[in-house]
Design a protein around this ligand. Sequence first.
Ligand SMILES: C[S@@+](CC[C@H](N)C(=O)[O-])C[C@H]1O[C@@H](n2cnc3c(N)ncnc32)[C@H](O)[C@@H]1O
Length: 186
Amino acid sequence: MPSDLALFVKQLLRRPHEVVALAPSSAELARAMAAGVGPETGRVVEFGAGTGKITRAILDRGLPPENLTLFEMNPDFVARLRQSFPGVTVHQTGAQDVAAFCPAGVDAVISGLPLLSMQNDTQRAIVGGAFAVLREGGSYTQFTYGPRPPMAEAVQRELGLLALKGPKVWNNLPPARVYTFTRALT
Ligand SMILES: C[S@@+](CC[C@H](N)C(=O)[O-])C[C@H]1O[C@@H](n2cnc3c(N)ncnc32)[C@H](O)[C@@H]1O
């Protein structure tokens, strides 16, 4: 069986427009993405789990596996995730389908998707779907390699979201910043 890194590189070469990253997230970036989760957190959804670097960090925070649901399109990654994380629910489908699979009341959505490389319509479907299942006050966490928030301004405005700039993680290839989005109070 290939290592997680070998599997990631193989899928990057096969499906570069879906993977859109030079390497899996570092342990430090994964920890920063999972920092808001704890043993008492309710249900958590992860988008674009890949080989599971962020998944592992979420579980390391003490979240029971049965409270975690993953959305990943790539069948080879899905097979690896199911093998590596027994007890975690893994859906082999696009994150835009989240509302069809998850009942409302989710505490947090954590996304490793290459959101900014997607068209605005796709971003709207994914992030809108996330906020359709998030409870009031729930958050959507997303990393980016770029200098700007990882969501088109138009999408952020239409969905009425506030962006909170989180830590920059230098120990990642390339360095990345974590953002957390919540619904603006009306
Ligand atoms: C940048 S990789 C991140 C992998 C992993 N989360 C990490 O941080 O190492 C992006 C992942 O998103 C997945 N992906 C891309 N578009 C997707 C979509 N619409 N729905 C679900 N997963 C998607 C890819 O297959 C890939 O596993």
